[in-house]
Design a protein around this ligand. Structure first.
Ligand SMILES: [Zn+2]
Length: 252
């Protein structure tokens, strides 16, 4: 298949790859795309999970956490899939400057990507933090408090409100992760977009910046994207087929 050979050659010829991933890379791990039919956004109002609610009344915060429990339950305890493993393999080959992900599932790290090489643009669902003092708690622990009957998770150190360490509607993106992704966009010779429809801004601007800075832009995603006309190579196939095979063909 032509797209397979072209993808393999594009990856083989790159020395400094910015890998940019979205929900599509985790679909094979059973994580539903929240925006798709049947996704969690069709069952709860996404605005329940907003920065306004976090900053709101006790009622708002309780409603926030009820919705959050539903999100956490819909995600379950997924395992990384061969596409995550292929990204980690590219990293071991020394070709990757950064993995920037819109996902909050931690599956790149679970597949062997060193944590310091992954910029989590939307945070990580496995962590929570106190809004007052910043103390971190594993989300599993916080969910345990809720199951035990608490309706409002509060910090054991200061009594502040404990929220998930993920970006919700109205939140700014984590500055450090965004800065690292922007730096990599200017530094890379290939921006490889995997499983993102590039619809969520400002994260989705990163591949455009990379292209404008002179990198090749390769997008492997099933859906159409706003940057399709900018791409040097556009592959519309499941990651598990074309991308995983292309990396396997490169060898170790
Ligand atoms: Zn605190």
């Amino acid at each position: 298949m032509a797209s397979h050979d072209e993808l393999r050659d594009a990856i083989a010829g790159a020395k400094r790859i910015l890998v940019f991933t979205g929900a599509g890379i985790s679909v094979d791990s059973g994580i539903p795309d929240f925006r798709s039919p049947g996704g969690v956004w069709t069952r709860i109002d996404p605005l329940t999970l907003s920065a306004d609610r976090i900053q709101g009344s006790r009622r708002d915060r309780e409603a926030f956490w009820r919705a959050m429990v539903e999100v956490a339950e819909s995600v379950g305890q997924p395992a990384p899939n061969p596409a995550h493993a292929a990204v980690a393999r590219l990293q071991r080959r020394g070709q990757v400057v950064l993995v920037a992900t819109q996902n909050v599932d931690g599956l790149h790290q679970a597949a062997g990507s060193p944590p310091e090489t992954v910029a989590e643009l939307h945070g990580n669902l496995a962590r929570c933090r106190c809004v007052a003092c910043g103390t971190r708690y594993p989300t599993a622990e916080v969910l345990g408090w809720l199951r035990a009957g608490e309706t409002l998770p509060t910090c054991q150190a200061c009594g502040g409100f404990v929220r998930p360490d993920v970006v919700v509607f109205g939140d700014p993106l984590p500055m450090r992760a965004l800065d690292r992704a922007h730096a990599a966009a200017f530094d890379c010779d290939l921006c490889l977009v995997l499983g993102s429809s590039l619809m969520v801004h400002p994260a989705a601007d990163i591949p455009v910046r990379a292209r404008r800075a002179g990198a090749r832009l390769v997008v492997v995603t099933l859906s159409t994207t706003p940057v399709d006309a900018l791409c040097d190579l556009r592959v519309r196939a499941p990651l598990g087929e074309v991308f995983v095979q292309a990396v396997a063909d490169l060898g170790d």
